[in-house]
Design a protein around this ligand. Structure first.
Ligand SMILES: [Fe+2]
Ligand SMILES: [Fe+2]
Length: 392
């Protein structure tokens, strides 16, 4: 009888094993996720690891990978962490209301005593979790420090005041700061991501995951020298990094596409009857206007925000959108530019995006003025708007 079989299977979990529960989007699971679990298992003497991939609504799942792929990748990634590793699909089965205060008691029923593993960065906003009191009393919470964030001890000290110090266990291991959006970017660009285990990389390649933009990337490559293609990819990575580190909240795909295609016309200068300003023809800034038109014509880009970010990436202009500023700044400060004073200005922008944007704009304006090669009017406008009048 199916019911009995279900019940037997359910009863099959040994409830006397010490179990760590670790949740996340795992899109995809990377080496640092695995290291964190390995160390937690060692420090806590755990015998079982339960990985809980989060449910992602379909519209968010595009390059975030569908659940089945994330589950398979988790099975591969965490396989060697301890003797018993389970990838639990409870959140996907439920589909909604997957709050820790609801899920943890359900997992406790299933696996016995559990320890919930979290990073110090996410515990820092424990107040904002749904029903934090219920979470804290559901099971012990093991906290792993993460490089660049508040330490496990400090965050427990803080959160413990309100939710009971005894409910939290600090771990010694300090997790490295790995950016999931950078991994995703490398994969979408068709690059190998060192942050992933070889087996995970292999599965991604053989199942053609993250290949949404592969045709576009290949097409661009066919229009560019190796050096310019390398620059284009560097601008994508710099833009993605600024966007996520500074929480600029720009749509990931728009950032990716605008940065990828910003120089698509740089080595294709024929105007082809496209609509570009007459005063740009024969000047270095032509490729920004032509780039927007050719992105529309040759890459099928219709999104005006993306096109506009391409259109002003060289000259800048007054009153730019955040996406326009982002692409302008990432292009001027991409990591392939190692000549003075760019590395120093890049550091300024890494610390403070707006300051970096204004610094590179002013530097560029001063350089063109000094050279006396003719300033495009839009750059003049940008200078007055952002530097003289000091708008944001
Ligand atoms: Fe350019
Ligand atoms: Fe560029």
């Amino acid at each position: 009888m199916p019911l009995t079989i279900e019940k037997n299977k359910y009863m099959g979990y040994n409830k006397n094993m010490s179990t760590i529960v670790f949740g996340g989007a795992f899109a995809p699971p990377h080496k640092e996720h695995v290291e964190m679990c390995k160390n937690a298992v060692k420090e806590l003497g755990a015998e079982r690891l339960v990985i809980v991939p989060t449910f992602l609504p379909a519209h968010k799942a595009e390059h975030y990978l569908y659940f089945d792929a994330r589950r398979e990748l988790c099975k591969i990634a965490f396989a060697d962490v301890c003797d018993e590793v389970i990838v639990d699909d409870i959140e996907n089965v439920r589909g909604k209301d997957n709050f820790s205060y609801i899920i943890l008691p359900l997992l406790k029923e299933k696996y016995g005593d559990i320890i919930y593993l979290v990073g110090s960065d996410s515990l820092a906003y424990f107040d904002k979790w749904r029903e934090p009191k219920k979470v804290a009393s559901a099971c012990k919470i093991a906290v792993c420090s993460r490089e660049g964030y508040i330490s496990a001890e400090d965050v427990i000290e803080e959160v413990g005041k309100e939710y009971g110090r005894q409910n939290f266990v600090p771990l010694e291991y300090v997790g490295k700061d790995v950016s999931s959006s950078m991994i995703k970017t490398k994969l979408l660009l068709g690059e190998h991501a060192d942050e992933l285990q070889k087996e995970v990389n292999d599965y991604i390649v053989s199942h053609r995951l993250f290949d949404d933009y592969r045709a576009m990337v290949d097409q661009l490559k066919s229009y560019q020298t190796d050096e310019l293609f390398f620059h284009s990819k560097s601008v994508v990575k710099r833009a993605v990094d600024f966007n996520s580190k500074h929480i600029l909240l720009q749509d990931y795909d728009k950032v990716f596409l605008a940065a990828l295609l910003h120089d698509n016309a740089k080595q294709r200068k024929s105007v082809d009857g496209l609509d570009v300003p007459a005063d740009a023809i024969g000047t270095p800034v032509l490729h920004q206007f032509l780039g927007a038109e050719k992105a529309r014509r040759d890459f099928g880009i219709e999104d005006e925000e993306i096109l506009s970010a391409i259109r002003y990436h060289t000259t800048a202009k007054a009153n730019m959108t955040m996406l326009e500023k982002l692409i302008y700044t990432a292009d001027s400060l991409s990591d392939d530019r190692d000549y003075e004073p760019i590395p120093a200005i890049r550091e300024i922008a890494k610390a403070d995006f707006e300051k970096g944007f204004k610094t590179i704009l002013k530097y560029t304006y001063d350089k063109i003025s000094e050279r006396g090669t003719g300033m495009y009017p839009l750059t003049e406008d940008a200078y007055y708007y952002y530097i003289v009048e000091n708008h944001d």
